[in-house]
Design a protein around this ligand. Sequence first.
Ligand SMILES: [Zn+2]
Length: 197
Amino acid sequence: MTGQEIEKLIQLLAKLPGLGPRSARRAALHLMKRRESLLSPLAQAMTDAAAAIRECGECGNLDTRDPCAICADARRDPSLLCVVEEVADLWAIERTGAYRGRYHVLGGTLSALDGRGPNELRIDSLVARARAGGIAEVILALSATVEGQTTAHYVTDALHDSGVRVSRLAHGVPVGGELDYLDDGTIAAALKARTPV
Ligand SMILES: [Zn+2]
């Protein structure tokens, strides 16, 4: 029906979260009608981003530099470490402006179903950071899902003899709730009222 360049564009757009084949076609048409004002600048921005993006060797955050802007920011409290599943969760907490410590991105949760064990997550480097000293408290900001809580237990055990205090987000995170979907006020309240593990 259409040229292969257009078909490829639609196929790739359909892989984006929240876009199925139908909305991918609509998005492709939208871009094609705005070749100069949107499609070309978007293509350039994607090329630039693909070349510039780095994974922070310290915390696992995505940025254009390593260490990332958060790890490199001397004004942040180095004694606080917030453990999150994904970069999206880090962004959700940053949006609230309620947290001034640093982060550690695990890269997911433990999941037997998806074949993700401790070695697939950044747990060893978390323990290494905690043992290196200078960190007083590790805040577990993991989802209130079964996988999230299983991961929280595992991480708590792994940190047991590191000498750091371990706490977790308080009430306000609904059971089954993923952090990224919560509103800023709820995240800020859960951070403030965190409880020791
Ligand atoms: Zn970092």
